[in-house]
Design a protein around this ligand. Structure first.
Ligand code: IDP
Ligand code: MG
Length: 136
């Protein structure tokens, strides 16, 4: 069993698409084992996305991620990391395969509804980022 960290981004919450996205993961047989709604501070968003700090989209990404509430969740299942990434689709919805969350529902390559960890190491680190072992 893998665990992965998925975020429903501010556009997902504001557009009322949380249920639709969660339903897709659940219908694929993946299990949500932890979930919370929160707002990221600028510092937290900057740390979470620090691998992108040299990218030209970084500032816009941070502004977007702090623009509203998000939902962070731990999703568990066989090959959960790979499968959630496949279900999300490519970063740019225009490039994403039909039937994926981003192709079907996302607005553009920034406002693309969801984040999912892209490796076992990232999953561990990102789960710890949102769900500290002490419950904080
Ligand atoms: P991913 O979410 O598909 O793993 P990354 O390359 O890790 O994509 O980028 C992180 C996030 O940064 C994306 O999900 C998207 O919100 C934003 N982003 C990525 N590339 C661009 C871009 O070219 N323009 C605007 N925003 C982008
Ligand atoms: Mg990524």
């Amino acid at each position: 069993m893998d665990q992965t960290l998925v975020i429903l981004k501010p556009d997902c919450v504001k557009r009322g698409l949380m249920g639709e996205v969660i339903k897709r993961f659940e219908e694929a047989g993946l299990l949500i084992v932890a979930m919370k709604m929160l707002s990221l501070s600028r510092e937290e968003a900057s740390e979470f996305y620090r691998v992108h700090q040299e990218s030209d989209f970084y500032e816009g990404l941070i502004e977007f991620m702090i623009s509203g509430r998000i939902v962070a969740m731990i999703i568990e299942g066989e090959q959960a990391i790979k499968r959630t990434r496949e279900m999300m689709g490519a970063t740019d919805p225009a490039q994403a395969v039909k039937g994926t969350i981003r192709a079907d529902l996302a607005e553009n390559n920034r406002r693309n509804l969801v984040h999912g960890s892209d490796s076992p190491a990232a999953a561990r680190e990102e789960i710890d980022f949102f769900f500290k072992p002490d419950g904080g």
